[in-house]
Write a protein that binds this ligand. Structure first.
Ligand code: ASP
Length: 407
């Protein structure tokens, strides 16, 4: 109870920061002389940037610990290899599908077109195929510690997690340390999150002064498209998956209702995991299946987040007028797959990892601040779908394992 009232207070603070920021920004842009507007907008942006910088320093250790801990524990469950194999294939396929909806939606609706924002960063030159391949494998350890080295950090963490698992019993202690480290980093991000309402206020005011109400239209278009596509994935794709698993979609949606609402309001897959397990029980899924697939799914399977990250990256490219080539879209789907796996199951996790997706794409990292302004609204729906996807795939894994749903 106490936890959820904290969540609501946080949500309220973010909403308040957003509304106040828009109002103050609007008043400043309507009344203040031009040079005062410029000075104020620079200060607003600087205080918003503090938040983005704090997030950026948290990214390398956050990726390292979450992925290494997950790999070490996955390999711990080697006897359940078949469940894991089916689960991973389904998780990957559904996440790629939802990322593709994101590409289509953002390219057709073009929510960020025509605003012509400018970035203070040098214009990123789109990387070549060889550049992209080699960027996954940085040359030395220190490069793993910058946001652009995130992919190498992921590879490093996976190999390290496997090495720990191969140690068997002896490796347990290290696996525990990794899992503690992962929880510590989630705590670290939670602390930074206290600053989020202020950052939202600052960025909202800055955007209003510099880009005016035009920006609000872009946000509305973005959110409208994101909600429509995410709900399409939920209702259509998950219906197909659970039907293939031998469960009536009506039964699935009914059982999924409570975890959906809980995830929508708490915006955390981790917090909503117990409710998702209860829903799995109600669908008749055996515990030996959901006990494995749901906890791992809560951390790694995030269809809603992948869709959102893809849409956000294209939105940012449109805002800054940066053209994207067809192969960039393929890279983006891949980056969002990795980005969503690496996203922590906490409020705002997907926007933190958006920094990674933007960095891989060579897009301006200011995009994180821009997306932060509407994050609570975008996060609610993506979390609800992140969680629901785990259960849909679990129904099909049960069928593929030759097990029966209990009626
Ligand atoms: N809040 C999401 C979750 O817990 C992650 C995200 O921010 O995309 O699933």
């Amino acid at each position: 109870m106490a936890k959820s009232s904290v969540q609501y207070k946080f949500l309220l603070a973010i909403a308040l920061g957003f509304i106040l920021g828009i109002l103050i920004g609007w008043v400043v842009s309507a009344t203040a002389p031009a040079d005062l507007q410029k000075t104020l907008s620079m200060w607003f942006k600087a205080f918003g940037d503090i938040f983005v910088r704090l997030i950026r320093i948290a990214i390398p250790p956050l990726i390292f610990f979450t992925i290494a801990a997950a790999t070490a524990s996955i390999a711990d469950a080697r006897k359940l290899g078949r469940i894991l194999a089916y689960m991973l294939v389904l998780y990957i396929v559904t996440t790629i599908a939802s990322a593709v909806w994101g590409v289509i939606g953002a390219s057709v609706v073009m929510p960020g077109a025509g605003l012509n924002l400018t970035t203070q960063q040098p214009p990123p030159t789109p990387p070549s195929g060889i550049d992209i391949l080699l960027s996954f494998f940085q040359t030395d350890f220190s490069s793993l510690l910058v946001v652009g080295g995130a992919m190498t950090m992921i590879i490093f963490a996976i190999i390290l997690g496997l090495a720990v698992a191969f140690l068997g019993e002896e490796g347990r202690k290290v696996a525990n340390i990794l899992s503690l480290g992962s929880r510590t980093m989630i705590g670290f991000v939670r602390i930074i999150m206290y600053y989020a309402p202020i950052a939202v206020f600052m960025y909202a005011a800055w955007l209003m002064i510099v880009y005016g109400p035009q920006m609000l239209g872009a946000y509305a278009k973005f959110l409208g498209t994101q909600y429509a596509l995410t709900l399409f994935h939920f209702f259509v794709i998950y219906s197909i998956i659970v039907s293939a698993g031998g469960l009536s979609p009506v039964k699935y949606f009914k059982a999924q209702f409570y975890p959906f609402v809980l995830a929508f309001t708490t915006r955390s897959s981790a917090v909503s995991l117990p409710a998702n397990m209860e829903a799995a029980r109600r669908m008749g899924i055996p515990e030996e299946v959901y006990g494995v697939t749901l906890p791992i799914g809560a951390t790694v399977n995030m269809d809603g987040t992948a869709l959102y990250q893809v849409m956000s990256a294209i939105f940012v490219a449109q805002l800054f007028n940066i053209p994207l080539m067809p192969y960039h879209y393929a890279l983006l789907v891949f980056a969002a797959l990795i980005g969503s796996v690496a996203t922590a199951a906490i409020p705002g996790g997907g926007t933190i990892m958006l920094a990674y997706v933007l960095a891989v794409m060579g897009l301006p990292l200011e995009g994180v601040g821009i997306m932060l302004v509407i994050d609570p609204i975008a996060d609610a729906i993506r979390t609800a779908i992140n969680l629901s996807g785990d259960n849909a795939c679990t129904v099909l894994v049960t069928k593929l394992m030759g097990l029966k749903l209990r009626s």
